[in-house]
Write a new protein. Structure first.
Length: 233
């Protein structure tokens, strides 16, 4: 393999990993792969619970990685033709199957769960660090309101593949998190995945620095949903 070819392969690998690093994109790709016919962005947005523009952005990344292909539908009636998306073959791309990423998550979770140190505490520490990283530090000399802080946490969960909803509670607000993208691993390693998720929320809130806090996160508190309790809002 020449140096140029090696560099091209490495670049392709980087592009693929970037495309598959976002849970929402992985979910969109799974839907496209499972569909019996090509889908457009609006149909996908309805199925994943995201804004259609967000879905279009994810599809663009997947297309750049060669994981989906796009074409305009053939229309015999007036109107703008839709852009339809369908999956390309994994064999042609030599792309890693999605099951491999689930296996990697299970391996890492089981390794952490089997450590001598309290796995829940370690998982929450990791979650805090990544929560702070994912929301990013606010720009200098700017202020973020508590409402904007909560909106940012909701947006973060949308990006991660959840379907988040806010509702009033007796003291504070509750963050209802439906369609957990980590559920498959969390079922086996709840002591790792759920504290990590709580740490993610706490790290994001601490980074935004408006005094909003997450008191607790109750896994599977309702059918198909976990519930987090926010105070200081």
């Amino acid at each position: 393999m020449t140096r140029t070819t090696s560099r091209a392969v490495a670049q392709q690998g980087t592009t693929l990993h970037r495309a598959l690093s976002d849970p929402s994109r992985v979910r969109i790709l799974e839907l496209v792969q499972q569909a019996e016919a090509p889908l457009d962005a609006r149909e996908l947005a309805t199925r994943v619970g995201l804004h259609v523009n967000t879905v279009r952005s994810h599809l663009r990344v997947l297309a750049e990685a060669g994981l989906v292909s796009a074409r305009r539908e053939e229309r015999t009636r007036p109107g703008r033709p839709r852009v339809l998306y369908e999956a390309t073959t994994a064999e042609a791309l030599d792309a890693p199957p999605l099951a491999s990423y689930r296996l990697l998550a299970q391996i890492l979770a089981s390794s952490l769960a089997g450590s001598e140190r309290d796995p829940s505490a370690r998982a929450e520490e990791a979650g805090r660090a990544w929560g702070a990283h994912l929301v990013g530090r606010p720009a200098p000399f700017t202020s973020t309101s508590k409402e904007e802080t909560i909106d940012e946490v909701v947006r973060l969960h949308e990006q991660l593949g959840f379907r988040p909803e806010l509702r009033r509670a007796k003291s504070g607000q509750e963050l209802v998190l439906q369609r957990c993208p980590f559920q498959e691993v969390a079922t086996s390693y709840q002591a790792v995945i759920c504290p990590l998720h709580l740490g993610l929320i706490r790290g994001a809130l601490a980074e935004l620095g408006t005094g909003v806090e997450a008191d607790w996160l109750e896994p599977f508190a309702e059918p198909g949903a976990c519930v987090g309790h926010l105070t200081g809002a």
